[in-house]
Design a protein around this ligand. Structure first.
Ligand SMILES: [Cu+2]
Length: 355
């Protein structure tokens, strides 16, 4: 029985190559300054040995519509061409822009060039390449590197940052812009992204990235975290020529925040400091030490404190805690081991508060 089931699952894996869900995080069909016309030229390559079926969906940010087109097929080892994909595949007229999703029966390579086809009013084309990114590669922590801004609109570079939420739950993204040496330049305020939501933000926009406008720096980077996986990239555009390049987010694992050590001294008949405040989400090591005799600690079991052997001059009682939102509140504690005439009034508080 077991063998037969294994054989069946092996057959299924061979007969049907893994499906894929690929997103081009941004596309455009719109006019720009100086008779410019932006269009996205897309290629869909099937590297596999069997025909693949593709269902394309556009999340049009110009109208708020979700535009699903009939499925098409890509023969094995062939590449399909969709120049100005928003017009030719989705039938949109300018202005139209937003993420495009390809749900496929096999793993495909999706590639996009966002071109400005008349930037210099002489028919010349410039643009940037953007990959299709599998939804499974969306990130909850990422970095965008090699960003640049300029105090002058005529020289240097400007940067636009795009976030797209490919999921079905709202995503909260928080981002920080830093200089090369790590100096914090801006903490971003990015509105929640709904399911399939999209936002493009200029680094020079003070309502999104306060503190960046007026900065000339070609060595900026951005770190972000999100409570749902998101896709992110940046366009860095030369101000003089309009020539852009794209940077796709890489996965990031920011170091955990440093642990704050808090020392509380127990002595007849006080704890000092008497009130300790802990912030939700931050790691602490709380150490109770005795300056004289043996004391106890009772009332903090809800925070995970346990000092069964008491607090003695030789043996402090140490607790590691990262308070959670569910622990917000005020916790009274008291000495539980008789330590002299004032024992009955020996107590303190731990306060857990939101950031
Ligand atoms: Cu006591």
């Amino acid at each position: 029985m077991t063998v037969r089931r294994f054989a069946l699952s092996l057959f299924a894996a061979c007969a049907f190559p893994a499906a894929a869900d690929v997103v081009i995080p941004s596309s455009a069909f719109s006019g720009g300054a100086g008779d410019a016309l932006f269009q996205s030229d897309v290629r869909v390559f099937n590297p596999g040995p069997v025909e693949a079926t593709v269902t394309p969906v556009l999340y049009d940010q110009a109208t708020g519509e979700t535009v699903t087109r009939p499925a098409f097929t890509v023969p094995a080892r062939q590449q399909l061409k969709f120049d100005n994909v928003l017009s030719t595949l989705f039938g949109r007229s300018a202005p139209s822009f937003g993420p495009i999703r390809f749900q496929t029966t096999a793993r495909l390579v999706v590639s996009s060039s966002v071109n400005n086809v008349n930037a210099c009013r002489n028919g010349s084309v410039s643009g940037q390449w953007l990959p299709g990114i599998d939804v499974s590669a969306a990130l909850t922590a990422g970095a965008l590197v090699q960003l640049a801004t300029s105090a002058s609109a005529a020289t240097g570079y400007r940067t636009n940052v795009v976030f797209h939420n490919p999921g079905t739950l709202p995503a909260m993204v928080s981002a920080r812009v830093r200089r090369g040496d790590g100096t914090l330049l801006s903490t971003a305020s990015i509105p929640a992204l709904g399911p399939n939501g999209f936002t493009q933000r200029s680094l020079a926009d003070p309502s999104t990235f306060p503190g960046v406008a007026g900065t000339t720096d070609t060595n900026l980077w951005l770190e972000f975290t999100a409570d749902q996986p998101v896709l992110a990239f940046a366009s860095v555009i030369a101000n003089a020529s309009g020539d852009p390049f794209a940077i796709v987010a890489t996965a990031d694992t920011p170091p955990p925040p440093a642990t704050t050590v808090i020392e509380v001294t127990a002595r007849q008949f006080t704890y000092e400091p008497n009130v300790v405040t802990l912030t939700v989400g931050k790691p602490y090591q709380v150490v109770f030490r005795s300056a004289d005799t043996t004391h106890g600690l009772g009332g903090l079991s809800a925070l995970g404190f346990s000092c069964p052997n008491g607090i003695t001059p030789e043996q402090p009682c140490t607790t590691n805690i990262t308070p959670t939102a569910g622990q917000v509140g005020t916790y009274d504690y008291a000495c539980t081991i008789f330590c002299g005439s004032g024992h009955g009034t020996m107590n303190g508080k731990i306060v857990v508060s939101n950031p």
